[in-house]
Design a binder for this molecule. Sequence first.
Ligand SMILES: [Zn+2]
Length: 421
Amino acid sequence: MHSFQSIFLAALILAFGLKLWLLLRQMRHVWEHRAVPPAVFAARITLEEHRKAADYTLTKARLGLLHLVVEAGLLLAFTLGGGLQWLNDLLVPQLSPLFAGTALLLALFLIGALVELPLNLYQQFGIEARFGFNRQTAAGFVGDLVKQTLLGLLIGGPLILLVLWLMGVMGEAWWIWVWGVWMRFNLLVLMLYPTLIAPLFNKFTPLEDSALKARIEALLRRAGFTASGVFVMDGSRRSSHGNAYFTGLGKNKRIVFFDTLLKQLNPEQIEAVLAHELGHFKHHHIVKRIALMFVLSLGLLAVLAWLKQAPWFYAGLGVATPSDAAALALFFLALPVFLFPITPLMSLYSRKHEFEADAFAANHSEPEHLITALVRLYRDNAATLTPDPVYSLFYDSHPKAVERIAKLEYYGQAITAPQRA
Ligand SMILES: [Zn+2]
């Protein structure tokens, strides 16, 4: 067997085994803690709510097991199974090299999405519906799917075409050019997302609740955020899960509340959640993430430039006719397998930002309100309060509920104690 093929297979087995082990750990841990909520939450949630969260987590995890198998099967089918070569042989005789390459990459994404479609359907209309979270209709689901696919083709098509063209004409330094395009593309998407892309899927209205307004405006002024940047999104048309997020760049930055979240929380709690989102803004978390992504993508493109010239890269992954498009496709397919071991680092980085945002919120609003808001969110979203520690370390973008609340309680005491004295 080709030696790179052996390395790829070993990495794939390692990543698959690791994912399986983590998911099984998570399932066992949640199951073992299903009978009793953690002590901190004993007074805050009922046993029934705690059990619902455990059952919801376990049901999703079982689908996750199937997802692991489908994902690995698809990857093997495209690479060693000869799927990519087959697609290549189908498209290359029909089109010019540039368009055949673009079609190859788009076909790859479309086939991947098609294979995952039944899983997504089951997630939405099986699991989410069973636990009372689904608000999506079949027509709405199809509408979203059509819009997402068209948008993907409309944005992805020209981008791939441009990248392949640069790879063909820019000589040795093509990857620096591609990096420049990739940077600009990402900044553009981030800038246009809140005002152009997100409104294709949801309605956004400025937050104008008179009971909230004065409270929120005072907070925004303290944080130096433009008052026009807070919006409500009609998340309730798809799901009853509540959330809030911070997005955009420059003048287009926005804090978005799901309408479902506003219904779940009282004004004090909303203020505390807003303060948390403002913490992300004040600490420049989006900018820091982009900077990190740019550095990483430059490194990865340099690796791709090296692999593109190596015959063993194609042969080891089941492609007999090297081309720029095949190099890109194989890189996208195989990269997650090799990058999986760094997942915990990315999660750690994200959790660091969440702690920073919580600390900001504790300073600019009442920690106790953020605690009660978080508990409501965990409860209403049936999110587990007892994840497996190793699973959580690996995947969780947010710190564990118990840790977040312990820290907020500490801030609450630290802030109020001297004031009392
Ligand atoms: Zn956050």
